[in-house]
Design a protein around this ligand. Structure first.
Ligand SMILES: *[C@@H]1O[C@H](CO)[C@@H](O)[C@H](O)[C@H]1NC(C)=O
Ligand SMILES: *[C@@H]1O[C@H](CO)[C@@H](O)[C@H](O)[C@H]1NC(C)=O
Ligand SMILES: *[C@@H]1O[C@H](CO)[C@@H](O)[C@H](O)[C@H]1NC(C)=O
Length: 300
């Protein structure tokens, strides 16, 4: 099974967005090399363009400093395509290769946390969650069409998880008696609903491509129920839990696999492994739409 998938994929997996999805399920035995350091023939093993704090919108997370948003990630992909053309010698075999690749994109979460729900941005005063989701989806739609024009034909899109349940968001906004920050979860679900519609639209209009939606929101919500500790981070983040990043030189929790969150925003490897497994091979029909990554990989 693994070997079969590797052949179909021609060993190329391109990763976009903020975080990397473990590619072991697709038969890769190592991490996909990052764009910043990939060189020579290694580029044919795939490229990871992902960047911490990356957003759909260019100005998302500008307060954190250097980061590579979706638009710049797409320009990096153009650079990759030129390098592949130099290695393979011509355009035809380059597009044949690009057509067979798996593309995974996980982006949008920072456009909420480090933009819409950040006091440093005026977006929440300027538009409703509905209008903001529409704005994001319009921009994202353009970016995905660009990816298609560059040769992408198998594209897995991750929705936004229930960030209102992250300890940092709870510390920052309070829960008003609920178990999570409901207005954040409601806002990202509006985005997710529109993303499913976008998947339908792209599949209808770009008939030789297949886009799928990974229901990261649902997968994360159910994975959460399996952890002993979900209301605090494994690492030490300092006095204020609203600051999400781990303090240096502090001993983290003894048993990290009991924790859903590593810092107060990002999930532990234990959680990520489960999320990746279910995006690859759906446990419930609603985990992915219309098919899971395993079946996407097998398409001709
Ligand atoms: C808090 O919860 C109550 C009851 O559900 C609701 O009426 C109110 O709007 C909530 N307040 C905020 C700030 O979300
Ligand atoms: C997390 O939950 C545990 C058990 O329910 C509780 O004892 C603890 O105070 C909570 N911690 C925070 C930071 O809310
Ligand atoms: C850590 O957690 C795992 C899973 O809950 C458990 O099997 C293991 O015994 C725990 N180890 C320690 C040292 O608590």
């Amino acid at each position: 099974m693994w070997f079969l998938i590797m052949l179909i994929l021609s060993m190329l997996n391109l990763v976009y967005g903020e975080a990397q999805v473990p590619s072991e399920h697709l038969g890769f035995d190592d991490y996909i090399p990052p764009f910043a350091s990939v060189n020579g023939q290694n580029i044919l093993k795939g490229v990871n363009y992902a960047s911490g704090s990356a957003g759909i919108l260019d100005n998302t997370a500008m307060q954190v400093g250097a980061r590579i948003g979706m638009n710049l990630q797409l320009r990096h992909h153009q650079t990759t395509i030129s390098s592949i053309e130099r290695i393979l010698g011509d355009r035809g075999s380059t597009s044949n290769l690009l057509n067979k690749c798996m593309y995974t994109v996980e982006v949008g979460n920072n456009d909420y946390i480090n933009n819409y729900f950040s006091k440093l941005y005026p977006t929440r005063r300027m538009c409703t969650p509905e209008q903001y989701a529409t704005l994001l989806i319009q921009q994202y739609s353009q970016q995905l069409k660009t990816l298609y024009n560059y040769g992408a034909r198998k594209i897995a899109l991750f929705g936004v998880p229930p960030y209102g349940c992250a300890p940092a968001m709870i510390a920052m906004h309070g829960t008003n008696g609920s178990s999570c920050v409901d207005f954040i979860n409601k806002a990202v679900q509006i985005f997710n609903a529109k993303l499913i519609l976008l998947v339908d639209e792209l599949n209808n209009n770009l008939r030789d491509a297949k886009f799928i939606y990974v229901n990261y929101y649902q997968i994360s919500s159910t994975v959460r129920t399996g952890f002993k500790v979900t209301n605090t981070s494994c690492c030490v983040v300092g006095k204020n839990a609203a600051v999400s990043i781990c303090s240096p030189f502090k001993t983290p929790c003894q048993n990290r696999s009991d924790y859903m969150y590593w810092d107060t925003l990002h999930t532990t490897e234990a959680a990520n492994v489960m999320i990746a497994a279910r995006s690859y091979s759906a446990q419930f029909p609603s985990d992915t739409y219309p098919i899971d990554i395993c079946r996407l990989a097998q398409l001709k």
